[in-house]
Design a binder for this molecule. Structure first.
Ligand code: NAP
Length: 244
């Protein structure tokens, strides 16, 4: 873990992984900017703990430059960007309303790439005196890209698209910025998931436990601590049973 306080932007901190990660990084003494659409109790608690909260809807692509300018007015540097915000529509819903597939591509692929570009323009990263990149960009993708998800082809395709971009982005931004991905499998159930569903999902794992959002925070700590990791997509899925 870097000893100095880092300035960190996380998209989508209103609940679950984003809220946990923001709290974890605030506890570690970092300056954390979190984006939100809806105001939640979790968001208000984070604000009380020091979070700088800025509204952002990734579906409003024409406002991304505005958002970057707004951020640059609040902070003079940016060390880590975590693209966490996500939306999860099943293929059946996309068939009923084809615009939902586009929504997932916008939230997971187009807007995060455009936001990353806009941030580089207004808050440029640099090569530090020790030769290391001053910035890291991390995308939250999904381990099911490897495993397959027959009911969520559009969601998985959009996550695969952004994971597929990390090599190109890292080439564009070297040597001042590193670009990595964290690809979780099941992290946490939704409150409405019933006992049968939970049993089935856990039975598919090599290590059948519900890890919770803390494993993403542990991986972010690792990526921040190790300056050599670039163009990596780290699977957080307990391993896989290939071929059976
Ligand atoms: N949880 C898991 O088991 C799991 C497994 C694999 C991968 N992941 C990945 O890990 C990340 C976090 O997962 P999660 O379960 O915590 O997600 P989540 O509960 O669905 O939360 C998603 C966040 O994204 C925000 N968001 C949604 N649409 C947005 C938009 N148009 N503009 C801006 N923000 C938007 C939401 O904000 P609002 O509340 O304001 O709408 C919310 O804060 C995601 O990228 C997900 O794909 C999670």
């Amino acid at each position: 873990m870097p000893t100095t306080s880092q300035t960190i932007l996380i998209t989508g901190v209103t609940r679950r992984v984003g809220a946990h990660l923001a709290g974890h990084l605030l506890d570690a003494g970092h300056r954390v900017i979190g984006t939100y659409r809806r105001e939640t109790d979790a968001l208000h608690t984070l604000i009380e703990r020091g979070l700088i909260a800025l509204p952002l809807d990734l579906l409003e692509r024409d406002r991304l430059t505005n958002f970057a300018d707004q951020l640059a007015a609040r902070v003079e540097r940016l060390d880590l960007v975590v693209h966490n915000a996500s939306i999860w529509h099943a293929d059946a819903d996309c068939a009923a309303d084809p615009s939902l597939a586009t929504v997932m591509y916008t939230v997971h692929v187009t807007s995060p790439i455009e936001l990353t570009e806009a941030l580089q323009r207004v808050l440029p990263a640099r090569v530090r005196d020790d030769g290391q990149a001053s910035r890291q960009v991390v995308f939250l993708t999904d381990a099911h890209i490897d495993e397959g998800e027959p009911q969520h082809i559009h969601y998985i395709a959009s996550k695969a698209a952004i994971e597929g971009s990390i090599r190109s982005l890292a080439l564009r931004y070297a040597p001042h910025t590193r670009v990595n991905a964290i690809a979780p499998g099941l992290l946490m159930f939704h409150p409405g998931d019933n006992a049968d569903y939970r049993r089935q999902r856990l039975a598919r794992r090599l290590l059948p436990f519900e890890p919770g959002p803390g494993v993403v925070a542990q991986t972010i700590d690792y990526l921040m601590a190790c300056p050599l990791i670039n163009q990596a997509a780290i699977r957080l899925d307990t391993g896989r049973r290939w071929g059976n």
